[in-house]
Ligand binder design. Structure first.
Ligand SMILES: C[S@@+](CC[C@H](N)C(=O)[O-])C[C@H]1O[C@@H](n2cnc3c(N)ncnc32)[C@H](O)[C@@H]1O
Length: 356
């Protein structure tokens, strides 16, 4: 077995043990468990409950917002996904950043500060920060809703010489607006949106989102956008449905999180993870399929739902792109794509966009 597989299995096994422990605990406490992502202030609980209620009661297809996949355990499971042999996306993204960090940095205006949307642990960003720090003291602002991912990122990136890290535990646009409003007149901004996270938005929502990002920037500021490219369907499906079951645990943890934080009573054994390729929309969809007729009660959302056998809850989309489409997508949002680097082993594009 490759070192990668062994590492992924070790991380997955450890995280699955933690997942089972938390699920076990939450089934016995019927309430919120303290976690390090203690975003369980009344405001947070109310917002989470309102989002869960609105998306689970949507007419037609039931949904849950993908941003809630990332509590402490969800972020740990996502880290394990990144080292799965089947999930080539993160390695392709990292290879491009490692290979082209100098080219990227050479194309930026100076001096420049760096903001990253949904940094996760920020490991891949090291290449850019190290390249920049050879020219200037560099300020790095990771923006994250997951407190544990943000803490890991601040710890690791804070060790790079000449790099100062200030994390924002906020949503993408709130965080970016805060960073942009505090910078000096002379400072340019490089925004990183890596890992093809833009693909979690529907196409129109992705356009609107990039447009909002553009509105926070000044002409000449830059956005480095990672986009996963369309590839053969079995490869794409395996990336979101690995045989070790790590992605399944990541997906199911969303129900476990609702049990823990909102007093839900989802029985996880009665749901199955499913990854589907939607050819018309060119996206992978993750669903949770109900294995029987069942009722679920979520106390904090004041909600009872009846799920039919086979009915699904749609939890995440990952849209895939053609390399040649990125320039048009950038132009619609007010950016110009000035360079594109493509990984051949796992088709993935790193796109450097300049705000017009
Ligand atoms: C798919 S992961 C990608 C992490 C990292 N950028 C990478 O490329 O590996 C998405 C990250 O964005 C964060 N996130 C998701 N929705 C967010 C939002 N609306 N605002 C801020 N962070 C968000 C999640 O907590 C997670 O760490």
């Amino acid at each position: 077995m490759s070192t990668q597989s062994v590492r992924a299995q070790e991380i997955a096994a450890e995280n699955c043990r933690r997942l089972s422990a938390k699920i076990h605990d939450s089934q016995h406490t019927h309430g919120a468990l303290p976690t390090r992502d203690a975003r369980q202030t009344p405001g947070h609980v109310a917002e989470f409950a309102a989002d869960v209620r609105a998306s689970l009661t949507k007419p037609g297809q039931r949904e849950l917002p993908s941003k809630y996949l990332y509590d402490e355990l969800g972020s740990a499971l996502f880290e394990a996904i990144c080292v799965l042999p089947e999930y080539g996306l993160t390695r392709a993204d990292a290879r491009l950043l490692e290979r082209h960090a100098r080219d990227i940095v050479d194309r930026l205006p100076s001096p420049v500060q760096v903001a990253e949307l949904g940094s996760g642990s920020g490991k891949k960003t090291r290449w850019i920060l190290q390249a920049l720090a050879q020219h200037q003291r560099t300020y790095y602002y990771p923006i994250e809703i997951s407190a544990s991912a943000l803490a890991a990122c601040e710890k690791e990136m804070g060790q790079i010489d000449l790099v100062s890290v200030v994390g924002y535990e906020q949503t993408y646009l709130d965080g970016l607006r805060a960073v942009a409003s505090r910078r000096d007149e002379k400072d340019h901004l490089l925004v990183l949106f890596l890992g093809s996270s833009v693909g979690n938005f529907d196409r129109d929502a992705g356009d609107s989102f990039l447009h909002e990002v553009r509105k926070t920037l000044r002409p000449g500021d830059t956005l480095l956008l990672g986009t996963d490219l369309v590839k053969d369907v079995p490869t794409q499906l395996l990336a979101y449905d690995d045989p070790a079951g790590v992605t399944a645990a990541f997906n199911l943890n969303l129900l476990a999180r609702i049990n823990r934080e909102l007093g839900g009573d989802f029985d996880l054994a009665q749901f199955r993870h499913e990854a589907r390729w939607n050819a018309a929309e060119r996206r992978i969809e993750m669903h949770l399929r109900s294995l029987c007729r069942q009722t679920v009660h979520i106390r904090e959302a004041n909600l009872h739902i009846l799920l039919e056998p086979g009915e699904t809850i749609w939890t995440e989309s990952s849209h895939k792109y053609f390399a040649q489409d990125v320039s048009a997508m950038a132009a619609r949002a007010g950016f110009r794509c000035v360079e594109q680097w493509i990984d051949q082993a796992w088709p993935f594009a790193q796109n450097l966009l300049v705000a017009e």
